[in-house]
Design a protein around this ligand. Structure first.
Ligand code: ZN
Length: 150
């Protein structure tokens, strides 16, 4: 396992739309391992593949309940809303309030290729939304509530 360099805002790779993973192979597994190591080392709660320069639909999340690896994740249901502070390893030193769903249901493949469904709320739901946005080139600062700026 190795840590990878986290790209920061201004890098054009962070603004690209990522491609689905078509085959989970040895490279995919190494990437998952490296992403987890990179996230933990940076004290993050989530990391998306484009943040380490790989334009694939892969995210890792750990909001304190253990590592979750998601390949080709998609949100299939959202409910309610929550507003709270958010940060990003690719936008260091910035924290802004962002509105997100209170609950989300997300489906993704695990590293064995099994489809797993996650019922997430609060921080986990926020984190899923944040990381999935990365896969479409969206950063949380794009969604920050304007009235909270300055
Ligand atoms: Zn982020």
């Amino acid at each position: 396992m190795a840590t990878r360099k986290i790209l920061t805002e201004g890098d054009e790779l962070l603004r690209k739309k990522c491609r689905p993973v078509e085959e989970i192979n040895a490279k995919t597994l190494i990437l998952l391992d490296d992403m987890a190591k990179t996230m933990y080392k940076a004290n993050g709660v989530g990391l998306a593949a484009p943040q380490v320069g790989i334009l694939k639909r892969i995210v890792v999340i750990d909001v304190g309940d253990g590592l979750v690896e998601m390949i080709n994740p998609r949100i299939v249901m959202t409910e309610g809303s929550q507003i709270g502070p958010e940060g990003c390893l690719s936008v260091p030193g910035v924290e802004k309030n962002v509105e997100r769903p209170k609950c989300v249901v997300c489906r993704a493949l695990d590293r064995e290729g099994n489809e797993v469904e996650y019922h997430a709320e609060d921080l986990f739901a926020r984190c899923i939304c944040h990381e999935l946005d990365h896969l479409d080139g969206v950063l949380f600062i794009d969604k920050a509530r304007e009235e909270d700026e300055n």
